[in-house]
Design a protein around this ligand. Structure first.
Ligand code: GLU
Length: 433
């Protein structure tokens, strides 16, 4: 930050560039523009796809444990619902803002289109710090947010799920609040619920499993043998920790992991189950002895075969992209690479598996969960995992083929595929006047 502000006074132009580089919506739009050009998208369709269908901002007054009332801001952006009900997670974080939610909602539209899931894209968020809230404060925020979204959410309309700062418990409160309002239990209104109340087997680890699958596929393409490979994982939440665990089960050596407390490096490989058990006990990796302490920046720049950014947006930027040494980047997080970093990574010959493909395992099993809830018949873990693997493999192959066809990166190929599908659907449905 200090450095950033220093440069802010020194060079205004550079600052403007950086500011827009780190605006996720603009980052999304820059890739969208490239793909739209390739597809020679009609100007009207371009405007239509760029603009979110609905943007809702609500204020959430909550009586805190100390008796005082605090007001939080909540968002839900429905980017597009032409392929089906809109789908996407809800994020609780102190720095959530509308542009971020708008980008994340659009990414959900593209993700669902690539995976061939009959959903549109949406995203929600509440500006709050869940680490500083008691369980009852968190519950009140969730219930009041849900109550404000009663005319937005719905099993046929808009279906939330977990994202950063939210979990199964939060989903259970959403499901309960919604059900109380409509006077009957409606499990399919939200996914990522605990299994006992209508959640799906395998949903919790689905995003990590999908990241693992596309990583192994990409390794095969590049002739990297998993059992001889090294991997660094940024972020040790649900996605990062499970990706690390699943990749280590495939024989990959996880040489670096990190969370908000910093990075941990071990050239002979970190014992991932041990790290997961450590975090379960201590909440973070702080004090973890299974590796030498390094910084977050050092973790991204480690000498390794695969880098998995699984923390948050804007981690790989024009500033550090040239220092990345991995051969493959598999984006577990949404938007970890800025648009300005893309050409630098391409120049270096790094294969980037873009977020809208790499982390789509989560929404894929969310779709399975929604199907199971609506039919009232639940699948075995084995069936969930087999179907997930099949859908991820199909999506990877289609994106890969498209990238060869247009001679573009996997990211641009993924955008091309998604935009093509949504715009074709629009053409068939037409614009209702
Ligand atoms: N929040 C996850 C994502 O960004 C999951 C969304 C969902 O399951 O609807 O893909």
């Amino acid at each position: 930050m200090e450095n950033f502000h220093g440069e802010l006074h020194a060079n205004n132009e550079l600052t403007l560039l950086k500011k827009s580089e780190e605006n996720p919506f603009e980052s999304m739009m820059q890739r969208f523009d490239v793909a739209a050009d390739i597809l020679k998208l009609d100007q009207g369709v371009y405007e239509y796809l760029k603009t979110p269908a609905r943007q809702i901002i609500v204020s959430i007054p909550v009586q805190m444990d100390n008796g005082k009332v605090e007001v939080f801001e909540g968002y839900r952006v429905i980017h597009n619902d032409i392929l089906g009900p809109s789908k996407g997670g809800i994020r609780f974080a102190p720095d959530v803002h509308l542009d971020e939610i708008k980008a994340l909602a659009a990414w959900m539209t593209w993700k669902c289109a690539i995976l061939n899931i009959p959903f549109g894209g949406a995203k929600g968020g509440v500006k709050c710090d869940p680490t500083k809230l008691s369980k009852s404060e968190l519950e009140k925020i969730t219930r009041r947010y849900t109550a404000s979204m009663m005319d937005v959410f719905g099993e046929e309309k808009d279906i939330p799920a977990p994202d950063m700062g939210t979990n199964e418990q939060v989903m259970a409160w959403i499901m309960d609040t919604y059900s109380m309002h409509i006077r009957h239990t409606e499990t399919a209104v939200v996914t990522g619920k605990p299994i006992i109340i209508g959640g799906s087997e395998g949903r919790k680890e689905a995003t990590g499993r999908g990241v693992m699958q596309v990583t192994i596929t990409a390794m095969n393409k590049l002739g990297i043998v998993p059992t001889e490979s090294t991997v660094a994982v940024q972020g040790f939440g649900n996605v990062g920790s499970l990706t690390a665990e699943l990749l280590s089960q495939q024989g990959c050596k996880i040489i670096g992991i990190s969370d908000v407390t910093g990075g941990y490096y071990n050239k002979s490989g970190i014992n991932i189950p041990e790290a997961i058990a450590y975090v379960q006990q201590n909440k973070t990796l702080k004090g973890f002895k299974g590796g030498d302490k390094i910084t977050q920046e050092e973790l991204l720049e480690l000498e390794c075969d695969v880098l998995i950014p699984a923390a948050k947006e804007d981690q790989i930027t024009a500033k550090n992209a040239s220092k990345i040494k991995a051969k493959i980047i598999a984006e577990g997080a949404n938007g970890p690479t800025t648009a300005l970093a893309d050409p630098i990574l391409k120049e270096k010959g790094i294969l980037v598996i873009p977020d809208i493909l790499a982390n789509a395992g989560g929404v894929t099993v969310s779709y399975f969960e929604w199907v199971q809830d609506r039919v009232g018949y639940f699948w075995s873990l084995d069936r969930v995992n087999r179907r997930l693997e099949r859908m991820m493999r199909l999506a990877f192959d289609s994106v890969y083929t498209t990238s060869k066809e247009y001679n573009v990166t996997l990211r641009i190929a993924a955008y091309v595929m998604a935009i093509d599908k949504v715009s074709k659907t629009l053409k068939l449905r037409g614009i209702y006047a």
